[in-house]
Design a protein around this ligand. Structure first.
Ligand code: PXL
Length: 291
């Protein structure tokens, strides 16, 4: 019997025709660690970017051998090779926005903060990663200090969770008022917008606070009964970066990124024995994500 093809390439357009007809995609960059478990780090960032209609590029700062339960090991990339990756990406792609995640060491922070590479990059989001959801430390001593000193002054926005905000701010945070004070102080101290994610405070609602140039925004959502939150922080900052690359206002981009994470947690499907975030379902359920 003759084979009947499933795919029909007969009418296939020539490459030039496709380029003329289809709207170009914006490119976006993540500078972060690789998570072999696929739920956080570079992998979460790229899945988020793709689901939101952007072309994701990536600079790997370190390899982690891990699954959602445990980190088995961390292998940092030579800082000079981190710089080479950034150079290679920026040499060829117009980057509309970038985010940083796990930078691991002050030496890697230093090369990532080399201002020469940011001439062409309009927006930087800094996720000051310190630990994984299972509690493993993902930074060497003095990394957060280096991030504050060298990276935050270049950034548009920093996205700490409660523990990270406590370290950056230097005081403990146990209420929404503390979050508001911390966001304002961090914003002033480093001349950067600051969104503090409140998921680690108790309560039925999760409240996030954004401070941006004298204005304060409060975002509230119900608490999703998620079995697993591994990668939620990376996904929030990646979605925020994607919405900023789409030229949305920061206050709207935070709102949309929060909705994206809530939906990705709500739509999580068992991938036995884990329940990772569902990136594609999150994007599909949002009213105006893709350009
Ligand atoms: O969510 C923080 C984070 C960032 N980067 C990498 C990670 C994690 C959490 O596990 O693995 C590579």
């Amino acid at each position: 019997m003759p084979y009947t093809p499933i795919c029909h390439y007969h009418e296939r357009m020539k490459t030039e025709d496709v380029a003329n007809v289809v709207k170009p995609m914006r490119s976006i960059l993540t500078v972060a660690g690789s998570d072999s478990g696929g739920g956080a780090g570079i992998q979460a960032d790229l899945k988020t970017f793709t689901s939101l209609g952007l072309f994701g590029t990536s600079v790997v700062t370190c390899l982690t051998a891990q699954n959602p339960d445990r980190v088995f090991g961390i292998l940092p990339v030579d800082p000079l090779f981190v710089a080479k990756q950034i150079e290679a990406v920026c040499d060829s792609f117009p980057i509309f926005a970038m985010k940083t995640g796990m930078l691991y060491s002050p030496e890697i922070v230093r090369v990532v903060a080399d201002e020469d590479i940011y001439e062409g990059i309009a927006v930087m989001v800094v996720d000051p990663v310190m630990a994984s959801a299972c509690g493993a430390r993902l930074e060497k001593d003095h990394t957060i200090e280096a991030i504050c000193r060298e990276l935050l002054p270049l950034a548009r926005v920093v996205t700490p969770n409660i523990q990270e905000a406590e370290v950056i701010w230097g005081n403990s945070i146990s209420s929404q008022d503390d979050m508001r004070r911390a966001a304002c102080d961090i914003g002033h101290r480093y001349d950067v917008a600051c969104v503090i994610k409140g998921a680690h405070l108790p309560g039925d609602e999760v409240v996030d606070v954004l401070y941006d140039e004298g204005e304060e925004f409060i975002y509230s959502s119900y608490r999703v009964e998620a079995r697993q939150t591994h990668g939620a922080g990376c996904t929030f900052s990646a979605a925020l970066t994607a919405f900023l690359a789409q030229r949305r206002l920061l206050c709207d981009a935070v709102d949309l990124a929060k909705e994206y994470v809530v939906r990705a947690l709500e739509e999580a499907r068992p991938t036995r024995p884990h329940t990772p975030l569902n990136f594609d379902a999150a994007a599909a359920l949002m009213a105006y994500t893709k350009e």
